[in-house]
Ligand binder design. Structure first.
Ligand code: VGL
Ligand code: ZN
Length: 201
Protein backbone atom coordinates (compact mmCIF):
# COMPACT_ATOMS: atom_id res chain seq x y z
CA UNK A 1 0.00 0.00 0.00
CA UNK A 2 1.25 3.49 -0.85
CA UNK A 3 1.51 6.24 1.77
CA UNK A 4 -1.65 8.17 2.58
CA UNK A 5 -0.09 11.26 0.96
CA UNK A 6 -0.12 9.60 -2.49
CA UNK A 7 -3.06 9.76 -4.89
CA UNK A 8 -3.74 7.98 -8.17
CA UNK A 9 -5.46 10.13 -10.80
CA UNK A 10 -7.02 8.12 -13.62
CA UNK A 11 -7.69 10.32 -16.62
CA UNK A 12 -10.63 9.82 -18.99
CA UNK A 13 -10.81 6.01 -19.36
CA UNK A 14 -14.05 6.42 -21.29
CA UNK A 15 -15.61 4.53 -24.19
CA UNK A 16 -15.09 7.31 -26.72
CA UNK A 17 -11.31 7.18 -26.16
CA UNK A 18 -11.19 3.41 -26.61
CA UNK A 19 -11.23 1.41 -29.87
CA UNK A 20 -14.65 1.80 -31.51
CA UNK A 21 -15.19 5.17 -29.81
CA UNK A 22 -15.63 8.59 -31.40
CA UNK A 23 -12.07 9.74 -30.58
CA UNK A 24 -10.38 6.40 -30.21
CA UNK A 25 -6.86 6.38 -28.81
CA UNK A 26 -4.91 3.54 -30.46
CA UNK A 27 -4.84 0.63 -28.00
CA UNK A 28 -6.68 2.81 -25.47
CA UNK A 29 -8.42 -0.09 -23.78
CA UNK A 30 -5.02 -1.59 -22.93
CA UNK A 31 -4.87 0.75 -19.94
CA UNK A 32 -7.87 -0.82 -18.21
CA UNK A 33 -6.10 -3.88 -16.73
CA UNK A 34 -3.06 -1.98 -15.39
CA UNK A 35 -5.29 0.79 -13.98
CA UNK A 36 -7.48 -1.78 -12.22
CA UNK A 37 -4.39 -3.34 -10.64
CA UNK A 38 -2.86 0.01 -9.64
CA UNK A 39 -5.95 1.27 -7.85
CA UNK A 40 -5.53 -1.40 -5.15
CA UNK A 41 -2.28 0.29 -4.07
CA UNK A 42 -3.66 3.78 -3.47
CA UNK A 43 -5.77 5.06 -0.59
CA UNK A 44 -6.91 8.01 -2.68
CA UNK A 45 -8.16 7.38 -6.22
CA UNK A 46 -9.66 10.08 -8.42
CA UNK A 47 -11.17 9.66 -11.90
CA UNK A 48 -11.56 12.42 -14.41
CA UNK A 49 -14.36 12.26 -16.95
CA UNK A 50 -14.48 14.32 -20.14
CA UNK A 51 -18.06 15.61 -20.07
CA UNK A 52 -19.11 17.88 -22.93
CA UNK A 53 -22.51 19.35 -23.72
CA UNK A 54 -23.75 18.65 -27.29
CA UNK A 55 -22.42 21.34 -29.62
CA UNK A 56 -19.30 21.94 -27.50
CA UNK A 57 -16.87 24.50 -28.92
CA UNK A 58 -14.07 21.90 -29.10
CA UNK A 59 -16.08 19.90 -31.65
CA UNK A 60 -15.22 20.51 -35.32
CA UNK A 61 -18.94 20.12 -36.02
CA UNK A 62 -19.52 23.41 -34.16
CA UNK A 63 -17.27 25.30 -36.62
CA UNK A 64 -18.69 25.47 -40.14
CA UNK A 65 -16.09 24.46 -42.74
CA UNK A 66 -13.69 22.96 -40.18
CA UNK A 67 -12.71 19.33 -39.91
CA UNK A 68 -11.49 17.33 -36.92
CA UNK A 69 -7.84 17.77 -35.90
CA UNK A 70 -7.58 21.28 -37.35
CA UNK A 71 -6.57 24.01 -34.91
CA UNK A 72 -8.55 27.23 -34.39
CA UNK A 73 -7.89 30.31 -32.28
CA UNK A 74 -10.14 30.61 -29.25
CA UNK A 75 -10.17 33.61 -26.88
CA UNK A 76 -8.03 31.51 -24.51
CA UNK A 77 -5.52 30.38 -27.18
CA UNK A 78 -5.19 27.73 -29.90
CA UNK A 79 -7.61 24.81 -29.69
CA UNK A 80 -7.51 21.53 -31.60
CA UNK A 81 -10.94 20.63 -32.99
CA UNK A 82 -12.12 17.12 -32.25
CA UNK A 83 -14.81 14.79 -33.51
CA UNK A 84 -17.91 14.99 -31.28
CA UNK A 85 -16.99 12.92 -28.22
CA UNK A 86 -17.90 12.33 -24.56
CA UNK A 87 -21.25 14.04 -24.84
CA UNK A 88 -22.91 14.17 -21.42
CA UNK A 89 -25.04 11.13 -20.68
CA UNK A 90 -24.07 9.15 -23.77
CA UNK A 91 -22.52 5.68 -23.86
CA UNK A 92 -19.36 7.26 -25.29
CA UNK A 93 -18.95 9.38 -22.18
CA UNK A 94 -19.33 6.39 -19.86
CA UNK A 95 -16.28 4.77 -18.31
CA UNK A 96 -14.98 1.65 -20.02
CA UNK A 97 -17.20 -1.22 -18.83
CA UNK A 98 -14.25 -3.19 -17.45
CA UNK A 99 -12.84 -0.28 -15.46
CA UNK A 100 -13.47 -0.93 -11.76
CA UNK A 101 -15.16 2.19 -10.51
CA UNK A 102 -15.69 1.23 -6.86
CA UNK A 103 -12.17 2.40 -5.81
CA UNK A 104 -12.73 5.93 -7.16
CA UNK A 105 -13.69 8.25 -4.32
CA UNK A 106 -13.97 11.34 -6.45
CA UNK A 107 -14.92 11.89 -10.08
CA UNK A 108 -13.94 15.22 -11.59
CA UNK A 109 -15.94 16.16 -14.67
CA UNK A 110 -14.39 18.62 -17.10
CA UNK A 111 -15.16 20.31 -20.38
CA UNK A 112 -18.78 20.91 -19.34
CA UNK A 113 -18.81 24.60 -20.28
CA UNK A 114 -19.76 25.08 -23.93
CA UNK A 115 -17.26 27.79 -24.72
CA UNK A 116 -14.10 26.35 -23.19
CA UNK A 117 -12.33 22.99 -23.35
CA UNK A 118 -10.53 21.40 -20.42
CA UNK A 119 -7.70 18.97 -21.00
CA UNK A 120 -6.28 19.22 -17.50
CA UNK A 121 -8.12 17.76 -14.54
CA UNK A 122 -6.95 20.83 -12.57
CA UNK A 123 -7.66 23.82 -14.84
CA UNK A 124 -9.67 24.52 -17.96
CA UNK A 125 -7.78 25.44 -21.12
CA UNK A 126 -7.61 29.12 -20.11
CA UNK A 127 -5.12 27.73 -17.54
CA UNK A 128 -6.84 29.67 -14.76
CA UNK A 129 -10.39 28.37 -14.16
CA UNK A 130 -10.03 25.65 -11.51
CA UNK A 131 -11.95 22.36 -11.51
CA UNK A 132 -11.71 22.00 -7.73
CA UNK A 133 -9.36 18.99 -7.87
CA UNK A 134 -6.49 20.89 -6.24
CA UNK A 135 -8.68 21.84 -3.29
CA UNK A 136 -9.84 18.24 -2.92
CA UNK A 137 -6.29 16.86 -2.94
CA UNK A 138 -5.07 19.55 -0.55
CA UNK A 139 -7.84 18.85 1.90
CA UNK A 140 -6.95 15.15 1.73
CA UNK A 141 -3.29 15.95 2.53
CA UNK A 142 -2.00 14.68 -0.81
CA UNK A 143 1.63 15.49 -1.69
CA UNK A 144 2.38 13.12 -4.56
CA UNK A 145 0.18 12.26 -7.52
CA UNK A 146 0.55 9.42 -10.01
CA UNK A 147 -1.33 9.99 -13.26
CA UNK A 148 -2.36 7.55 -15.96
CA UNK A 149 -5.08 7.00 -18.55
CA UNK A 150 -6.08 8.68 -21.82
CA UNK A 151 -4.83 10.47 -23.71
CA UNK A 152 -1.16 10.60 -22.73
CA UNK A 153 -0.41 13.55 -25.04
CA UNK A 154 -3.45 15.65 -24.09
CA UNK A 155 -5.32 15.22 -20.85
CA UNK A 156 -2.68 13.18 -19.00
CA UNK A 157 0.05 15.59 -20.13
CA UNK A 158 -1.80 18.79 -19.17
CA UNK A 159 -2.90 17.32 -15.85
CA UNK A 160 0.62 16.19 -14.97
CA UNK A 161 2.21 19.53 -15.90
CA UNK A 162 -0.40 21.36 -13.81
CA UNK A 163 0.17 18.99 -10.88
CA UNK A 164 3.90 19.75 -10.95
CA UNK A 165 3.19 23.47 -11.31
CA UNK A 166 0.90 23.31 -8.25
CA UNK A 167 3.74 21.81 -6.22
CA UNK A 168 2.83 18.12 -6.16
CA UNK A 169 5.47 15.49 -6.79
CA UNK A 170 4.03 14.24 -10.07
CA UNK A 171 4.66 11.05 -11.99
CA UNK A 172 3.07 9.62 -15.11
CA UNK A 173 2.68 5.85 -15.33
CA UNK A 174 3.42 5.16 -18.98
CA UNK A 175 2.33 1.49 -18.99
CA UNK A 176 -1.14 2.59 -17.90
CA UNK A 177 -1.41 5.43 -20.46
CA UNK A 178 -1.79 5.66 -24.24
CA UNK A 179 -1.57 8.65 -26.62
CA UNK A 180 -3.46 9.91 -29.67
CA UNK A 181 -0.21 11.09 -31.34
CA UNK A 182 -1.13 13.95 -33.70
CA UNK A 183 1.98 15.09 -35.58
CA UNK A 184 4.48 14.08 -32.93
CA UNK A 185 2.32 15.12 -30.00
CA UNK A 186 3.42 12.18 -27.86
CA UNK A 187 7.12 13.12 -28.15
CA UNK A 188 6.27 16.78 -27.49
CA UNK A 189 4.18 15.84 -24.45
CA UNK A 190 6.95 13.67 -22.99
CA UNK A 191 9.39 16.57 -23.41
CA UNK A 192 6.94 19.07 -21.84
CA UNK A 193 6.33 16.79 -18.88
CA UNK A 194 10.06 16.18 -18.30
CA UNK A 195 10.66 19.92 -18.57
CA UNK A 196 7.99 20.54 -15.92
CA UNK A 197 9.67 18.09 -13.55
CA UNK A 198 7.19 15.24 -14.02
CA UNK A 199 8.74 11.79 -13.52
CA UNK A 200 7.96 9.41 -16.38
CA UNK A 201 7.86 5.87 -15.04
C1 VGL B 1 -9.02 14.45 -24.54
C2 VGL B 1 -9.08 15.47 -26.58
C3 VGL B 1 -10.31 15.99 -26.31
C4 VGL B 1 -8.28 13.59 -23.57
C5 VGL B 1 -10.25 14.99 -24.24
O1 VGL B 1 -8.91 13.00 -22.68
O2 VGL B 1 -7.04 13.49 -23.73
N1 VGL B 1 -8.43 14.71 -25.70
N2 VGL B 1 -10.89 15.76 -25.14
ZN1 ZN C 1 -12.88 16.35 -24.85
Amino acid sequence: MRPATDALIVIDVQNDFCPGGALAVPDGDAVVAPVNALMAEYRTVVFSQDWHPAGHSSFASSHPGKTPFETVDMPYGPQVLWPDHCVQGTEGAAFHPDLLDAPAQMIVRKGFRSDIDSYSAFFENDQSTPTGLHGYLQSRGIERVALCGLALDFCVNFSAVDAARLGYKAEVLLDASRGIDLEGSVEAALAAMRQAGVALV
